[in-house]
Design a protein around this ligand. Structure first.
Ligand SMILES: Cc1cc2nc3c(=O)[nH]c(=O)nc-3n(C[C@H](O)[C@H](O)[C@H](O)COP(=O)(O)OP(=O)(O)OC[C@H]3O[C@@H](n4cnc5c(N)ncnc54)[C@H](O)[C@@H]3O)c2cc1C
Length: 464
């Protein structure tokens, strides 16, 4: 022993960024050990919660943590559904970006430079006042952050036409191993220089480093929207209808699906007058100019009526908003039916939907479970919800086994285990199923290139 006492890393962090940006209160540490994941996950209470106020603060944090071997758990709003922001090591620190909320917009270049803690809805309403549009619209947009959206590659209904968060990230600044800084991309629309490191960070779930700034692409705001509701008596016709619409030359800005149990859940929660005896519904939105949306929605109606499907076009904005509120209320509405819910977000290639939808029902029947399916059917991304009684362990286990089969089904159709919520903790075991051994080793290699000590969000996405 040298006789020199080693300084507590938290004390070093306080010195590095200022003690007012470091919390060690037990209440706060416990509060920041949760996210919105609905099922139990491995969770530890962190040593401290850090509130950096600038890029430089983050560099100092990572320098200290890397020297002291302290795991770092980045956190946006904690709205993630797969345990991404949950600390898995009680010797680690949570880094929250709620004080990094600056952004600037260049309207002429249609780009913005954004700090990670900016709330997505705040940014969207700001750019819309300038006639610009930032489309990624996770249902959590009112409270989730741009940093969390980038780290999860978040998406929502509008991503059918406009693409997910990935399409809007032109560049990032990130702090990686030892506090080194990497800047990728520029505020330009075309850039094919070298490997696309920006995209490595999109969807990296905090495992490669900390994003401290992003350059985002903006597009012109559409002038008008129109919404229609289509009512179906069988699931097979839904799949065919989706293919018909998507190959008709019309590109809907949203094409959302609700099955019978989802409809009933909404009507029991906050009724909006959806037909409770329907097998399924499609909610269709088109956007563009005032004249074009009228024409497009009438065309969609004609296509569906030709197939014998009943269609109602929302007469005004108020009626359209009512329908969209019903769609957005689905999460809490399902929570109302049972105490436990496993919500997966698998993806199928669109052409297989008419086969896959009845097969999902078969899985629910096999395991004798209540299941509700809804989601972004236009891009094949479905939210499959198994509902169970949390106190009934046997039923919960059946739900877990059913989920395994759901993932197997998605992969058997060349789909994906996740279209939105990411891998985090809850889907780690399934990632290897999707990538195979060689692909999985490449993922691990990429992780270790940026983070050789496995200190950034350890335990998430890939197993090291
Ligand atoms: C009701 C509800 C509805 C939802 N609907 C959708 C939906 O429609 N579509 C969808 O895609 N998701 C949805 N989600 C999931 C969730 O909101 C998204 O994943 C969102 O992007 C998470 O953002 P956040 O700010 O809450 O991040 P957090 O949950 O705090 O973190 C998410 C991940 O990002 C990492 N992270 C955060 N900030 C940084 C940073 N600066 N640098 C590096 N890593 C970082 C964290 O470590 C973690 O791995 C929903 C969640 C809820 C509760």
């Amino acid at each position: 022993m040298s006789g020199v006492l080693k300084k507590d890393p938290v004390e070093r962090l306080k010195k590095a960024i200022g003690k007012e940006k470091v919390s060690t209160s037990l209440a706060q540490r416990k509060l920041y050990s949760y996210d919105a994941t609905p099922i139990p996950v491995e969770r530890k209470v962190p040593k401290a919660v850090l509130f950096p106020e600038s890029h430089e603060d983050v560099v100092r944090i990572v320098e200290v943590c890397y020297e002291e071997n302290v795991p770092i758990f980045p956190r946006g709003a904690g709205s993630g559904l797969t345990g991404g922001a949950v600390p898995t090591d009680d010797g680690g620190v949570v880094v929250s970006f709620e004080r990094m909320t600056r952004f600037s917009v260049d309207p002429d270049n249609a780009t913005a430079v954004v700090e990670p803690g900016v709330i997505t809805a705040d940014f969207q309403s700001y750019v819309e006042r300038l006639g610009l549009f930032y489309p990624p619209d996770p249902s959590s947009f009112k409270y989730s952050t741009i940093g969390g959206n980038i780290a999860e590659n978040a998406g929502g209904p509008r991503c059918l036409k406009y693409g997910v968060t990935r399409e809007y990230v032109l560049g990032i600044t990130a702090v990686i191993k030892e506090g080194k800084v990497i800047r990728t991309g520029n505020p330009v629309l075309k850039d094919v220089a070298g490997y696309d490191i920006t995209k490595f960070f999109v969807g990296s779930e905090g495992t490669l480093g900390i994003i401290t700034e992003a350059v985002l692409k903006l597009i012109p705001k559409p002038q008008a929207r129109a919404t229609a509701l289509a009512v179906f008596d069988d699931l097979e016709t839904v799949g065919r209808a989706v293919t018909k619409i998507m190959t008709s030359g019309i590109f809907p800005s949203a094409l959302e699906f609700m099955d019978r149990d989802a409809i009933r859940a909404v009507e029991e929660f906050k009724p909006v007058g959806l037909p409770k005896d329907a097998e399924a519904l499609l909610l269709i939105e088109v956007d563009g100019t005032k004249t074009s949306v009228k024409e497009q929605i009438e065309q969609v109606k004609a296509i569906l009526e030709d197939m014998g499907v009943e269609v109602r076009i929302a007469s005004d904005r108020k009626e359209a908003e009512k329908l969209w509120t019903a769609r957005k209320n689905l999460g809490p509405a399902l929570g109302n039916l049972r105490s436990g819910k496993i919500n997966e977000d698998i993806v199928f290639p669109r052409i297989y939907l008419s086969e896959a939808l009845p097969k999902l029902r078969e899985i629910a029947r096999k395991y004798d479970l209540l299941m509700a399916v809804f989601g972004h059917i236009g891009d094949g991304n479905l939210h499959v919800n198994f509902l169970y009684d949390k106190k009934n362990r046997e039923e919960e286990e059946r739900a877990e086994r059913a989920v395994d089969e759901v993932f197997e089904l998605a992969l058997s159709y060349q789909g994906s285990i996740t279209g939105e919520h990411g891998v985090g903790l809850t889907k780690r075991k399934f990632l290897r199923w999707q990538f195979g051994d060689v692909g999985y080793e490449i993922l691990r290699g990429i992780k270790l290139l940026f983070d050789p000590k496995n200190l950034f969000n350890p335990g998430k996405v890939v197993e090291i």
